[in-house]
Ligand binder design. Structure first.
Ligand SMILES: C[S@@+](CC[C@H](N)C(=O)[O-])C[C@H]1O[C@@H](n2cnc3c(N)ncnc32)[C@H](O)[C@@H]1O
Length: 223
C-alpha cells in the first residue's frame, strides 16, 4: 500500500502551509497509529492526511470492476496520483494534460509553483511514471488547448487550476470527453479552494447530476 501524508497547517498570518512525506508500507495502517495521528494533530495543530488512494479512485476501482479503461488526468505535477491510478485500475491508455508552466490564475491559488518548481515536478513525474511509457501520452498544454488531442475516456480526473473560472471550464469541457458509464472526478474541493466547490455545485445542478464528495475529492458518473 502507498501512503502520501500531507502535513497542512495555518501559519500565524492565516496562510495555508503544506509539507508532504511519502511513505510506502506493505499493510494498512493499524488503528493505534491512526490514534497517534489524531493526538499529534490535536497537540500541534497539524492535519495528517492519507492522501492516496483518492476517494474517487477507490470508487472507480469498485465501479469499473477490473474493466479495461482509458484515463485522463488534468494537472499531474509530480505524478503521484497518476501512479496510484495506474497501479490500482486496469488502464490501457493514460493522457497527462499539464503545461508545467506557471501562469497568473494558477499562481493565485498555488503561489509556490514557480516555473523552476514545475520543471522539477515534470522531471519527477517522468521518472516516477517511467514504468509505463507504453501507456502514457504526455500533452504538455493548458487544459483548454489540449482538448483536440484528448479522445473519449472512462475516467477523467481534474486537478489543474483550482480557480472558479478554470475549474468550471474544465468540468464542462472534460465532461464531453467522458464515455457513457464513465466517471468525471477531481481534487481539492476544500475550504481553501472555494472556487472548486462553487463550480462543482453549479455543474451538478445545471445537469441534474448526483454529486459525490468525500474528503478532498469530488466526482459524478455519466449514465
Ligand atoms: C495540484 S497539482 C496536481 C497534483 C496531481 N494531480 C496529484 O494529485 O499528484 C496541479 C498541476 O496542475 C497544473 N496546471 C495548472 N493549471 C493548469 C491548466 N490550466 N491546465 C492543465 N494543468 C494545469 C500545474 O502545472 C500542476 O502541475
Amino acid at each position: 500500500m502507498f501512503y502520501l501524508w500531507d502535513w497542512t497547517w495555518m501559519d500565524n498570518m492565516g496562510k495555508k502551509r503544506r509539507k508532504s512525506c511519502e511513505i510506502r508500507i506493505k499493510r494498512r495502517i493499524p488503528r493505534q497509529t491512526r490514534m497517534i495521528q489524531k493526538i499529534l494533530s490535536k497537540l500541534f495543530g497539524l492535519t495528517l492526511v492519507a492522501d492516496l488512494p483518492r476517494h474517487s479512485t477507490r470508487f472507480a476501482v469498485k465501479h469499473f470492476k477490473g474493466k479495461r479503461i482509458k484515463v485522463v488526468e488534468v494537472g499531474t505535477f509530480e505524478g503521484k496520483n497518476a501512479e496510484d491510478i495506474l497501479n490500482r485500475l486496469s488502464v490501457t491508455k493514460f493522457w497527462i494534460v499539464d503545461p508545467y508552466e506557471s501562469h497568473n490564475d494558477y499562481s493565485e491559488t498555488e503561489p509556490g509553483q514557480t516555473n523552476k518548481v514545475l520543471n522539477k515536478a515534470m522531471s519527477r513525474a517522468t521518472k516516477r511514471l517511467s514504468e509505463y511509457p507504453h501507456l502514457i501520452t504526455w500533452v504538455r498544454k493548458y487544459s483548454d488547448d489540449a482538448l483536440d488531442e484528448i479522445p473519449m475516456a472512462d475516467f477523467v480526473y481534474i486537478d489543474g487550476d483550482h480557480s472558479y473560472k478554470q475549474a468550471k471550464k474544465d468540468m464542462v469541457n472534460y465532461w464531453n470527453k467522458v464515455n457513457e458509464g464513465g466517471i468525471l472526478a477531481g481534487h481539492d474541493i476544500t475550504a481553501q479552494n472555494y472556487g472548486v466547490a462553487q463550480a462543482f455545485v453549479e455543474f451538478c445542478s445545471e445537469r441534474n447530476l448526483k454529486p459525490y464528495i468525500t474528503r478532498t475529492d469530488w466526482w459524478v458518473v455519466k449514465n
